[in-house]
Ligand binder design. Sequence first.
Ligand SMILES: [Mg+2]
Ligand SMILES: [Zn+2]
Length: 213
Amino acid sequence: MGARTLVVDFDGTITEDDLLDTIAIEFGDPDVYREVDAGLDSGRLNLREVITREFEPVRRALEEVVAWELEQVRIRPGFRELVELSSERGWRFVVVSSGFHELIEPILEREGVDVEIRANRVDPRPDGWRVHWSYGDDCGSCGESCKRAVAEELSGEGELVYVGDGYSDRCAAERADRVFATRGLALYLEERGIPYVPFEDFFDVARGLNGHP
Ligand SMILES: [Mg+2]
Ligand SMILES: [Zn+2]
């Protein structure tokens, strides 16, 4: 049996709700959020522009936002169990996110999970948070700065399994050998006739992977 890599989105996939959206609304400017989100839906803005712009009005201290998220953020059931299963089976498990290391690491630590993370970074300046985007420009497939190249690099020669929920997962999911999808990503793949396995929690994902070793 060949190698297997699980690439798992963070916001709205590991977490029950999209943390980036919630923070941009709660601590930023809801009007800016609504405007750029509509821009993404209409294709006027790409994801990088949207995330950069919706965090410009956020001016809170990072510690304050981290304290808030540690109280508020809920994780989909079965996450830790799937990480443990992956480590038992020798599967590589990588969180690949358009969010920020600074917000992801405290949550994973709270869950007692230690996994590889690929994500952007944020400089939480008092005059507005600055996003340091880490993904390359001009993806050959979607034309955006997307997760596909990272997924491809991580897949190596083995099977690439992708688990995601939304816009940022579309292009990388199309590259994967197997996709577990929910919410917007599931609708997107459905519309295009791309096969995927629906999931509600990580126990579903573990069952799916165990059923097809
Ligand atoms: Mg997501
Ligand atoms: Zn792409």
